[in-house]
Ligand binder design. Structure first.
Ligand SMILES: Cc1cc2nc3c(=O)[nH]c(=O)nc-3n(C[C@H](O)[C@H](O)[C@H](O)COP(=O)(O)OP(=O)(O)OC[C@H]3O[C@@H](n4cnc5c(N)ncnc54)[C@H](O)[C@@H]3O)c2cc1C
Length: 394
């Protein structure tokens, strides 16, 4: 029987420990917090989007950094296996819109409790309030699994220790950046629109004229800028460009309509309210919070009668609706990032086992690795799959 140390009792550490113990090893988990899975607790707004039920190719397509590295991991421990694991251990799951998988109870605490129960059943020894300062402390162990997570939401315990451990071993850590993070936007518009959620819009990000991201979905205005799934995903496509200067965020508020169709729609609204003022005919086009902003940006007098609005003015208005532009000045910080981009270079890790190529017996799993994906349960699937491979390999 060999002795295995797991550093970190988050998603990846807990999962790895269960499979390492099932393999007949003596497994010790060291977690610096007073309890396991503090970050898991806040995932999915407290509901934990535990994985995504799409096929494996779709899972891989949603991984942003190093998807090829994850081939063995995703096939070795698929989303089906993860779902099976939780169901067999007594946690019922459900699939929602976009194939997102949640516990039936809608409580992330049930995911943590299930993992903890399985760990205890397999005889895993849990050491809470035990911060590992250096891997040298673990010389007595035959194998070490580093599952220390990333750098974001540091109050959950993920303070980047694993990157230090990797560097101590002489390993390469790629540049770290906050990922799936909101944007700071220039000017007063976000404050005016704070709390407004826009559904079914298209957002595109441009570096000068070059489009670096475009997608369709839901976004949200906040006091500092913009957030919501469409924006968070967009942030994963923004890296070095933002350091050089602001980027353009262009929102199409009516992506289902061509400019011609939109013009016809506006004309209809105008005809229905023939003698009305411009400011009083826009209720059918936008949510009320957006109306004063759109009037202001249109350059059309709010009191102007709609039958006096010229074709050119209408054209400007159509262009504004199809290309509502904001200036991205920066990414928000680590405390608002869902994940860390960058990490321990996967070039130095065996993709079939998660063992370091130059350090036999040392494994890195989960977010500490240079892997990241879009929102939708894909990041936790990365944690489960990589952890499983290390667990069965030690
Ligand atoms: C707000 C928020 C919501 C999210 N929602 C989702 C979601 O719904 N679906 C999804 O797929 N992903 C989601 N994520 C991402 C997901 O939480 C992470 O990808 C995942 O938790 C990574 O797992 P991990 O085990 O690698 O790291 P973590 O879960 O961060 O665990 C690392 C653990 O290691 C411990 N640790 C660190 N250093 C040491 C040390 N030196 N000694 C001892 N212990 C140490 C930490 O205390 C921590 O408990 C969300 C993230 C955030 C911040």
């Amino acid at each position: 029987m060999s002795k295995v140390a797991v550093v970190g009792g988050g998603a990846a550490g807990m999962f790895a420990s269960i499979f390492a113990a099932r393999n007949g090893n003596e497994v010790h988990v060291f977690e610096k917090n007073e309890k396991l899975g503090k970050k898991l607790f806040i995932t999915g707004k407290g509901r934990c989007n535990v994985t995504n039920a799409a096929d494996i190719e779709t899972l891989l397509a949603n991984v942003r950094a190093n998807p090829k590295f994850l081939y063995s991991a995703f096939y070795g421990c698929s989303n089906d296996m993860v779902m099976d694991f939780f169901e067999k251990e007594g946690c019922r799951l459900k699939v929602e819109r976009g194939d997102r998988v949640f516990p039936l109870s809608d409580h992330s605490s049930d995911i943590i409790a299930t993992l903890e129960r399985a760990m205890k059943k397999e005889g895993v020894k849990i050491h809470l309030r035990h911060e590992v300062k250096s891997l040298d402390e673990l010389k007595d162990f035959d194998s070490i699994i580093v599952a220390t997570g990333g750098m974001s939401y540091q109050a959950t315990g993920s303070t980047g220790d694993g990157y230090r451990f990797a560097k101590d071993l002489g390993m390469n850590v790629t540049e770290l950046m906050p990922g799936l993070v909101p944007f700071n936007i220039e000017g007063e518009i976000p404050k005016m629109l704070q709390g407004l959620a826009l559904k079914n819009v298209t957002a595109a990000i441009y570096d000068g004229k070059k489009e670096i991201y475009k997608d369709f979905g839901e976004m949200l205005f906040t006091h500092f800028g913009v957030s919501g799934p469409l924006i968070l995903t967009g942030s994963s496509f923004v890296s070095k460009q933002i350091k050089k200067g602001p980027l353009r965020l262009v929102i199409d508020l009516k992506p289902a309509l061509t400019k011609e169709q939109l013009d016809a729609r506006i004309l209809r609204e105008f005809e229905e309210g023939k003698n009305k003022q411009f400011k009083n005919v826009l209720g059918g086009l936008f949510p009320s919070k957006l109306i004063p902003v759109m009037i202001d940006l249109s350059g059309i007098e709010p009191e102007k009668k709609v039958n006096e609005i010229s074709k050119a003015e209408r054209e400007t208005f159509v262009n504004l609706i199809k290309g509502f532009e904001l200036k991205i000045i920066s990414l928000r910080g680590w405390n608002e990032a869902i994940i860390t981009r960058g990490g321990v270079s996967v070039k130095e890790i065996n993709p079939s086992t998660m063992e370091c190529k130059n350090h036999p017996g040392v494994y890195f799993v989960g977010e500490v690795l240079d892997l990241d994906a879009k929102t939708g349960g894909f990041n936790l699937q990365i944690a489960w799959s990589t952890a499983y491979l290390a667990g069965i390999s030690v």
